[in-house]
Write a protein that binds this ligand. Sequence first.
Ligand code: ADP
Ligand code: 5GP
Length: 210
Amino acid sequence: MMKYGDKGFVLILSAPSGAGKSTLARILNGRHEGLLTSVSTTTRQPRPGEREGEAYFFVDAESFRERIARGAFLEWAEVFGNYYGTSRAFVEEALSRGQVVVLDIDWQGARQVRANMGGADVVSVFILPPSHHHLVERLRARGQDAVEVIERRMAEAAAEVSHWNEYDYIVINDDLDRAGDELAAIVTVERLRRGRAKGRIQDILETFGL
Ligand code: ADP
Ligand code: 5GP
């Protein structure tokens, strides 16, 4: 296993709902060590099989507003009529341990994270399905959402996709294996950046008396 530096970064994954973000995030976790996926807090209802603390922490609107008021969120946004937010403490602790923190958030959240953290520690990836048609098929195939929920998500897909040019990288999720490889490659090259190399090269530099 290659030894990486000791400085973590935030990896933002955004995509229209159903493009395969959660699936790709799972694949990525299997390909890299030291990755941690942030568990967001949401006011949406759990889907069948979704357990508290796994995909999300489920709270009511009052509790969500209280968290906003005490600054508990690094970012938060209203998406499809529900509130979603990322815990500031979770991200800061993981970064200080040198981990790569994966955030599955929408374009509004991505903007806030870039603004709140500064550019250097934020890497963002936009995931596109091969077409709008594929997206519709995948949302239906997932089979976990009611028809009106799927329709709302389809209606808002173009709005999410319109923000593709705010991201550092674009991955097209046609073949899942290839898209997984590309995402893993992004994490590899970002870990190799000079700015994150200190811990990795310190011992080598010392052998040169540097
Ligand atoms: P998101 O998290 O972006 O909403 P999911 O990861 O839940 O999307 O994927 C939506 C559906 O599409 C799931 O049923 C998943 O198995 C399927 N899927 C994901 N990637 C692909 C792919 N490359 N080809 C075909 N189906 C896919
Ligand atoms: P879902 O309800 O399908 O799990 O997620 C719906 C949308 O909310 C997705 O686009 C997802 O990226 C976004 N989302 C999930 N968690 C967060 C979050 O903490 N912050 C923001 N801004 N968006 C989120």
